[in-house]
Design a protein around this ligand. Structure first.
Ligand code: GDP
Ligand code: MG
Length: 170
């Protein structure tokens, strides 16, 4: 039969990588050029139907600033899934994403489904991080990798869909 799954999902990554924009695109189908920075964290929920299940994502969109770092475990603890976001036009954001992956693999739920999102894929002329290097990294650390654009909506539903497919069916 069809299963109902509630899944806590956390977005982590550098300030400005596009975490809030990905959530806004997924939950409301919108994009804004001047997205306000997140203070602390924001909560959203969205339901997605996959083949054998209906997944209700309970989404925590975190701020990303260093000064909020100590709060992050509150959001990723007990999370079934995480999306670690970087900006393909910003090398430092990719390095920051790797730090988050390390922290999650050390402290997070060992069964957590982790996705790496190379966001702002529409900014091809400004690209600093190749898809190949991110894919190699993701493969090594056991993450699902995809490039996204909150602006054009490319692969935004897809990343949540891929996570939904990978969640344990209990
Ligand atoms: P956050 O700090 O990670 O939550 O990042 P925001 O969602 O606030 O986005 C930071 C800035 O990048 C905003 O000005 C967004 O409009 C912009 N932005 C977010 N996603 C994209 C994208 O996919 N493409 C482009 N070109 N800009 C984006
Ligand atoms: Mg934000």
């Amino acid at each position: 039969g069809n299963k109902n799954i509630n899944a806590k999902l956390v977005l982590l990554g550098d300030v400005g990588a596009g975490k809030s924009s990905l959530v806004l695109r997924f939950v409301k189908g919108q994009f804004v050029e001047f997205q306000e920075s997140t203070i602390g964290a924001a909560f959203f929920s969205q339901t997605l139907a996959v083949n054998d299940a209906t997944v209700k994502f309970e989404i925590w969109d975190t701020a990303g600033q260093e000064r909020y770092h100590s709060l992050a475990p509150m959001y990723y603890r007990g999370a079934a899934a995480a999306i670690i976001v970087y900006d393909i036009s910003n090398q430092a954001s990719f390095e920051r994403a790797k730090k988050w992956v390390q922290e999650l693999q050390a402290q997070g739920n060992p069964n957590m489904v982790m996705a790496l999102a190379g966001n702002k894929a529409d900014l091809l002329d400004a690209r600093k991080v190749t898809a190949e290097e991110a894919q190699v990294y993701a493969q090594e650390y056991g993450l699902f990798f995809i490039e996204t654009s909150a602006k054009t909506a490319t692969n935004v539903n897809e990343i949540f869909y891929e996570i939904a497919k990978r969640l344990p069916r209990v």
